[in-house]
Design a protein around this ligand. Sequence first.
Ligand code: H2U
Ligand code: ZN
Length: 348
Amino acid sequence: MSNFNIEDHPHKRLNPLTNDWILVSPHRSKRPWQGQVEKTIIDERPKYDPSCYLCAGNERAGGHKNPDYKGTFVFTNDFSALLTNTPEGGMDEGSLFQAKSESGICKVICFSENHSLTIPEMEVEDIRKVIDVWCEQFEELGGNELINYVQIFENKGAIMGCSNPHPHGQIWSSSSVPVEPAKESVSQKAYFEKNGATLLGDYLKAELDKKERLLAQNEHFVALVPYWAVWPFETMIISKRPVQNVLQLTEEEKTAFADMYKQLTVKYDNLFETSFAYSAGLHQAPTDGKDYPEWHLHMHFYPPLLRSATVKKFMVGYEMLATPQRDITAEQAAKRLRDLSDIHYKKQ
Ligand code: H2U
Ligand code: ZN
């Protein structure tokens, strides 16, 4: 038998942040594709849509009226998944029936008054304003006695369940630390205690050395396809300096973050010349007042598209029942994204 070669042979890779394994089947990406290849969907929208619940001056559910805002606008989600006035308590009938009450605050952030824009089409200085709102909200929500974790995220595109193309994101903040950041918290703490450095700091150093999964970098941030990526074009933005949360970023770092957010999403749009759908979000230290030197700020991007503007990867079958699996390797995906232009296809 020949020697194991990671570029050709099926293997599992460990995600050190969650301690989950994923299956990679590189030999399958060589099989011919006979499915449809759709034409690019041209997505042209007006700057103002009278029927949009996020446009300035329009009415939202429950009769609230948006102000005539310019730039960013934040409001409490009219259908919040978490509420502030939930009574404490739960259910504890042995180990098989457990429930705990959960409180929180949910917000919606409009990124711009311009209905036709998306992050990759916004100017860096305007994306920077979104990051400033993240900072304000993180400070306000994280400072609330009730809140121990602040989840900032963006759903982009109808196939990711996004309800409205108007550029926007959300924040769900809760009294307990949710499942994904809780897993990352455990792994980062164990790594920090053993190595005296953050897991992602060491990971980033190694990736900057290897270069094969890098997409872009500026002075303070790096965009890459993580070694353990599950989604075909899954990526991460990682801060070069280990910081626990956005409040520890310098002014210059915040602008660099905005720049990386744009660079990455421009590449995404250019991949299939479409407005590239994803769910993206920040992972930061809990806000329970404790110090978390092991926590290293980063942003995950989970995009579902696989082959074209409409052919997406399904997480079904084996992935639901056993382990997530991918064909195209993280290295192949990184190369494809890295080689794309930094200029948005609509402006080329
Ligand atoms: P998406 O980011 O998935 O599109 O969700 C938008 C949020 O906006 C969603 O959580 C809220 C929904 O509850 N929303 C309002 O708060 N007010 C409205 O008038 C409609 C939608
Ligand atoms: Zn709108």
